[in-house]
Design a protein around this ligand. Structure first.
Ligand code: 13P
Ligand code: SF4
Length: 366
C-alpha cells in the first residue's frame, strides 16, 4: 500500500514511492542477503527505526568511525547517517571500498557553519593580528576540508564521546585551542576540564570578529560560533519547569546543548553515554532526555519500566538524519547492484591525507 508519510525527494523514482512498506523491506532484505559480507551498513543512533532495523551496527560518531576503519572486508558501505559521517568513513577506509550515502541531501547544519574559506581567514586573524599560537581541533561534525586544515596544523578531530581526552591533550600542548565548529561542545568540555569562561573567546565567522573581554594572554580556547540546530532547541527553562513539576526527575542531555542547559542537567554525554545511562537506570525512575527525537523515542519504546520523555515536549527529529528512509535505502541498494556510482562519497587524495591525520590523532589519543 502507498504510504503518504514517506518523505518525498524530487529525484526519487516514483516506483519506490509506490511500493508498500512491506515491499520495500523485502526488497532491501533480499539485496542485503544477496551481497552478504560484501555490504556493510553502519547506522547512527539518530536514524529512523525503519532504517535501524537493517543496520549491521548502530553507534555514535566515534564508534562508527572506529568500526569503519576496522572493516577491511566490505566492498560497499551504505552509511545511514549524514554527509560528514560518510566522508569520515571514506577517509578511514581503503580506496577500493566505496561509501554510499542513501540520500545526498542528508547534510548537517552544524558542519555547514564552518567552511574552509572562513576557517583559513579566522586562523589568519588569530595568528597574525592577535599573535596567538593556535592549535585547531574540530568536532567530527565538520567537512573533510576542515579536517584537512586541522590535520595540516597538527590538530585533532574530536567527537562527543572523547572530547574530554582530546581537549585535555590539546591543552597540554601549551597553545591556544581553536575549537570548530560547535561552540557548545567546546565550551562544555573546556569548562569541565577547569578552564573558566573568562578564558574562552568566541570567533564569529560571519561578523569576522573575536568576541572576548579578557586579556589576550589569558586566552585558552577560541570557540567557533557554530551550533547544532537540533540541540539548540533545549533550554534551561525546560529543566526549571520540569523540576517544579517533579523534583525527582532526572535530566540527561547531549553536550551539543548550550552551557546553561548542560550545567542545569544531572548528566551530560554523547549518545552512547545517554543510551548506557538509560539502560542502567533504576526501574521506575523518571527521565527527561535532551537529544534527537528518533533516539529518545527508541529508548522510550525499549525501556518500558522507566518513564522517558523529551526535555522539550515540542521536539522533532533531526531533519537531515531523517532524509534516509526505506525508499532511499532501496534505491541506493539497487544502484549498487546496477553499478551506478551516483551516491558514492569520495574525498580527494590530498584532502584525505591530512584529514586522516586529524582522525588518526583522535583515535590514538582515545
Ligand atoms: P554523537 O554521535 O557523537 O553523540 O553526536 C551526535 C550528533 O549530533 C551526530 O550528528
Ligand atoms: Fe548535525 Fe545536529 Fe543533525 Fe547531528 S543532530 S546531524 S549535529 S544538525
Amino acid at each position: 500500500m502507498f504510504n503518504p508519510m514517506l518523505s518525498v525527494s524530487k529525484e526519487l523514482p516514483e516506483k519506490y514511492l509506490k511500493m508498500s512498506t512491506e515491499e520495500l523491506e523485502n526488497h532491501i532484505q533480499s539485496i542485503k542477503d544477496e551481497l552478504g559480507d560484501r555490504l556493510f551498513m553502519p547506522t547512527h543512533h539518530y536514524q529512523k527505526d525503519e532504517v535501524v532495523q537493517f543496520a549491521d551496527i548502530t553507534g555514535d560518531s566515534l564508534e562508527l568511525a572506529r568500526i569503519c576503519k576496522e572493516n577491511t572486508a566490505a566492498e560497499y558501505f551504505v552509511f545511514n547517517g549524514v554527509h560528514f559521517m560518510a566522508e569520515t568513513a571514506d577517509i578511514l577506509t581503503d580506496d577500493s571500498q566505496d561509501i554510499y550515502l542513501p540520500d545526498l541531501s542528508a547534510g548537517c547544519s552544524m558542519a555547514d557553519m564552518a567552511n574552509i574559506t572562513q576557517a583559513l581567514h579566522g586562523y589568519d586573524v588569530l595568528t597574525k593580528e592577535y599573535n596567538l599560537d593556535i592549535l585547531p581541533l574540530t568536532y567530527v561534525n565538520s567537512t573533510a576540508a576542515i579536517k584537512k586544515f586541522v590535520g595540516e596544523h597538527g590538530g585533532s578531530c574530536v567527537t562527543s564521546g572523547n572530547a574530554k581526552s582530546v581537549v585535555d591533550w590539546a591543552l597540554k600542548q601549551g597553545k591556544v585551542i581553536l575549537f570548530l565548529p560547535d561552540q557548545h561542545l567546546g565550551r562544555n568540555t573546556a569548562y569541565d576540564l577547569g578552564i573558566p569562561l573568562e578564558q574562552m573567546a568566541v570567533w564569529d565567522p560571519i561578523a569576522k570578529e573575536l568576541v572576548y573581554e579578557g586579556k589576550v594572554e589569558d586566552l585558552r580556547i577560541v570557540l567557533w560560533k557554530g551550533h547544532c540546530s537540533v540541540h539548540e532547541k533545549f533550554h534551561k527553562a525546560h529543566i526549571d519547569l520540569a523540576r517544579e513539576r517533579d523534583p525527582e526527575i532526572n535530566v540527561i542531555v547531549h553536550p551539543e546543548c548550550e552551557f546553561e542547559v548542560v550545567q542545569a542537567a544531572d548528566y551530560a554525554g554523547s549518545t552512547r553515554y545517554i543510551i548506557e545511562t538509560i539502560k542502567n537506570a533504576p526501574k521506575g525512575s523518571r527521565w527527561l532526555i535532551g537529544t534527537e527525537m528518533n533516539l529518545v523515542n527508541r529508548l522510550k519504546a525499549t525501556y518500558t519500566d522507566i518513564q522517558i520523555d523529551s526535555l522539550n515536549p515540542l521536539m522533532c527529529s533531526c531533519l537531515t538524519m531523517n532524509r534516509i528512509d526505506l525508499p532511499h535505502l532501496a534505491w541506493c541498494l539497487d544502484k549498487i547492484l546496477d553499478g551506478n556510482r551516483d551516491n558514492i562519497i569520495k574525498v580527494d587524495a590530498e584532502t584525505t591525507k591530512y584529514a586522516k591525520e586529524s582522525l588518526d590523532r583522535m583515535l590514538s589519543i582515545t
